[in-house]
Structure formats: C-alpha cells, structure tokens
Design a protein around this ligand. Structure first.
Ligand code: BG6
Length: 498
C-alpha cells in the first residue's frame, strides 16, 4: 500500500529522447500534474546522447503533450520543471555533471533528496547505469532512491540473474520497480477486486466449477520498427514471460491475507511455483508457435514477418504463441489456462474468458447442451465485464436463450480510465510497488519460459504458418480441440455485441 504520502521527487529519465518517454512518460506526468497528483515540488532531468539544451528539451516535451494529449493547457508551467543533460551512460564524467544538476534542483525545488531513476532505454545498459549511479555518488542521498526498469528484464533466467545481481549492488529489492505495464491497466487491477469483493465469484473460483480459462491478447500491428529487438525475443519472451503470466497469476492466486505489496506478491509467487513445467517433448503438446505471412488487415495488404525491415529471410522467430498452462495445486488441478498472443491478428483485443462447467442436465431441452456460463473480463480496448447466463426466451413455451449482463467501465466513468503508465508512475512516486514485478516472479517466469524457448530454438519451425489478419495457426485451435474445448471468438465477445 502507500507507505509514504509525499510524491516530492526528482525524476531522472534515461532515454529521454526515446519513443517511450515521448509517447507514454511525458503525457502521463502531464496528466498527473493536471490532476494535482504530482507534488508542486517536482523536477525532471532528461538524459540522452543528444546535445540538447534545457530549452530544446522543453520544446520537445510540449510537442509530445500537444501530439499525444491534444492540449496546451498550462503547458509552459509544466515544461518549466524539465531539465536536460547530455549523457554518455558509460562515462563517469556524465554522472558527475548529472549529480551537480540534481543537487542544484534539489535545493531549488526543495526535493528532500528524493530521487527516481527511470531507465527507459536499451536493456543492455541497465546494469551499467545502476553501477554508475552508485559509484558516481548519485544514490547517496538523504531522501528515497528508486530505480524504475522497463522490460525486458534479461533475456532468459541466466541473464536476468546476472542483471539482478548487478543492480542489487546499487539498489535494494524494495527500491527496484520493474515495470510490467499490464499491471497498470485498470481491468488487470480489477481482476483482484472482481474476485475478492464479490460473494458469488470466489466460492466458484476453482476446479469444481470452472472448466477452463482463456486469455487472449491479440494485436493488429506487426513488428513495426522493432525487429532488431523482436528477432531475439519473439512473442514468448515479449508477451508470455511477463504480461500473460502476470494475468494468469492474478487469476489463479489465493486471496492474500491483506492487500499489502508483500502479501499479494507472495500469493502470486505461489502460483508460479505451482505452474507445471513444460519441457522437452511435452512442449509440442502444450505450446504452439506461429509466424505471420502476408495478408490483409483493415483492407490493407501487409507483408509477412520475414519481409519486414531488419528481419532475416529464414527467421525462426515466433510472432504468435498459444499455450496450455496447468497449475498443479488444490484449487486448479485439472483446469487448463489457455493463453494466446500474437501480432498481425484479426483484432486488437485483450480479454479473459472464465468458462464455467456445464450444469448436469438441460431441463428445457434434453437434446441440447445449454450454453456455458462465462465471465468475460474485457481488458482492452473496452474495459468492463460481461456475465453470460441463460434466461427464458419470451413466448409461451419455456425455452432458454443466452443473455449477457454487461458492465462497461468507460460508460460508468464517462471517460477513459488513466493510462497504465500514469498509474504506475503515481504508484512509484508514492512508494507503492504492488503493481511492479518482484524478482522472485521474474525468476520463476523465466524458468518456465526458458524450457520452451530451449526446444524452439533448437528446432526449425515451418514458418510462416498463419496469414496476417487471421487468429493464428490452425494448431492453436487443435490445442483446445484435443481437450474438447474451443477458443471463444474475441470479436463475438466484444461489448458492442452484447
Ligand atoms: C509490449 C510488447 O510489452 O506490449 C509489445 O513489447 C506489445 O510488443 C505491447 O505490442 C502490447 O501492449 P498493449 O498495452 O498494446 O497490449
């Protein structure tokens, strides 16, 4: 929860000229500022290689707000809190300059020595920066110090362990905020509330009443300009190791004894520990990989993955993953958690479908199976929940029809809920690490994923195997068919179709 009620802080952003900073961080800080959620006493130092002045930096901040927020209200005052420092992440002199500027701003804004170091840049520099922050004296401060790290946190367990060991030389675990932006999404945070604040879900939330759970996170976009990173990552490392497994943990965890960061994390860790390892020959039975071929998205022809910029012609990188996860504990034994995620699919959508078991018989029509009850959690783009139940068709005969009880977060609030980054920045400013990933979660999820990538990397696949604009390879359907299930069509489940 919130141990510190002051958000007064100096925020240092490494990678201040990058895309993430422009698209997400500056707009989020601006929203917090406008809502009065940022202390009046705040300052931001942006660092990057470019030789910009403070003024040039502020112009860029304003441009980012105008482009991504669409307003210039109070923009000069907001931008006046921003400072720039040209920086070479490997050179001590840069850090010495940075320290000087930090101390000046500390005095100017009375920042009480509170410092947030936000690493929004290439992961290969995470360790180096953390080392320098300590050796060049930036972490010596009378206030708090926090390190915010973007993903990927390592490339596999081994590299993640060595990165962790390195940054732990400069920061304690509780000072490290590992970002998983899915944990900032309103409806991902809502999973816990839906489960633990309602009398009728929790008693049914187990293998006696739930037949399977499906989590789909599909994207229309392709690899865009990120092939250099994505070629080494693929969908398994890019989406499954973090976002997908985090959603699984929130769905599967036991109720924490209280809502503290430690208690929630410890319940999530237990889920990861109970995940059945999938290795060797099992991988083929439990996981499916895919890579997109050319196809049509929104009536536009798009190229196949192998023809994208910076992708090697015979690339073995997966742009789609579907998997069946088993959680071997008392609550979940026997209930498959199916996950699927991919690029260049039919629609941009993240949804969770909890499918309840069929009731023992259909009193209304012996020859037909009643539609199963579903709880659909709409993570994005719409936010809400839908409950699928059976009711009586109007008319004299008693016949059933499936109906949907729908709650839309957007309709309720009238406006879009805050961006994930806005919430995460706010939490970090207040010292609340609940929605960031603890090292134990990172380590266990890499351990799980590594066994799958080991098999995939050593075996050439028959890619491409799905058309852009489809919902992935046929094998992903077979994965469920062999258990007598099928994927719920995410577009059918959209709120507007309810
Ligand atoms: C990022 C991945 O973590 O999540 C991207 O690196 C992916 O490849 C993105 O596109 C998806 O996020 P969202 O919020 O659009 O679902």
């Amino acid at each position: 929860m919130i141990p510190n009620d002051t958000s007064t802080s100096l925020i240092m952003i490494f990678g201040a000229t990058g895309d993430l900073a422009k698209r997400k961080l500056y707009p989020s800080l601006y929203h917090l500022y406008k809502k009065g959620k940022l202390a009046e006493k705040f300052a931001v130092i942006g660092t990057a290689r470019r030789a910009w002045t403070h003024e040039q930096f502020r112009e860029n901040i304003k441009e980012s707000i105008i482009t991504f927020v669409g307003t210039n209200d109070q923009i000069d005052d907001f931008a006046s809190h921003f400072y720039y420092q040209p920086h070479d992440v490997t050179d001590s002199n840069s850090y010495i300059q940075l320290k000087k500027l930090a101390e000046e701003l500390d005095t100017k804004y009375s920042l009480q020595g509170n410092r947030i170091f936000y690493l929004a840049m290439a992961p290969e520099f995470f360790g180096t920066i953390a080392d320098h922050l300590k050796s060049d004296g930036l972490t010596e401060t009378i206030g708090f110090k926090r390190l915010v790290i973007e993903k990927p946190f390592g490339h596999d367990l081994e590299s993640a362990e060595s990165l962790n060991a390195q940054i732990r030389q400069s920061f304690a675990e509780e000072e490290i905020y590992r970002i998983d932006h899915y944990l900032g999404k309103a409806m991902v945070q809502n999973i816990e509330v839906i489960r633990f604040a309602n009398a009728f879900f929790e008693p049914l939330w187990n293998n006696r009443y739930i037949s399977n759970i499906q989590i789909t996170s599909s994207e229309k976009l392709g690899v865009e300009e990120r092939a250099r990173y994505y070629e080494k990552s693929g969908a398994l490392r890019d989406m499954v190791q973090n976002h997908m497994l985090q959603m699984v943990a929130l769905l599967a965890m036991e109720p924490p004894i209280r809502l503290t960061t430690e208690e929630i994390r410890s319940e999530k860790v237990k889920v990861f520990r109970a995940l059945r390892p999938i290795e060797g020959d099992e991988v083929e039975k439990y996981f499916v990989r895919g890579q997109y071929d050319k196809g049509t998205i929104d009536n536009n022809e798009v190229v196949g993955y192998r023809d994208e910029h910076n992708v090697v012609p015979q690339s073995n990188t997966e742009t789609f993953v579907a998997g069946k996860l088993m959680i071997d504990n008392f609550r979940w034994a026997g209930v498959p958690f199916y996950i699927r995620t991919g690029k260049r699919l039919t629609t941009k959508s993240t949804k969770i479908v909890i499918q309840f078991k069929n009731i023992p018989m259909n009193l209304y029509n012996k020859n037909e199976q009643l539609s199963p009850n579903l709880l659909v959690i709409h993570i994005q783009p719409e936010e809400g929940i839908t409950l699928h139940v059976n009711a009586k068709k109007s008319g004299r005969n008693i016949q059933t029809k499936p109906v949907k009880l729908n709650f839309s977060n957007e309709a309720d609030n009238g406006i879009n809920t805050p961006e994930a980054y806005e919430k995460l920045l706010y939490d970090c400013l207040h010292g609340d690490a609940t929605n960031f990933t603890h090292w134990d979660e990172v380590a266990l999820s890499w351990r799980f994923v590594d066994k799958i990538s080991e098999v995939w990397e050593n075996k050439q696949s028959s890619f491409p195997n799905y058309k852009a604009g489809s919902m992935g390879p046929f094998e992903a359907d077979k994965l469920l068919q062999q258990d007598n299930f099928s994927w719920w069509d995410v577009t059918d489940l959209d709120v507007e179709n309810c």
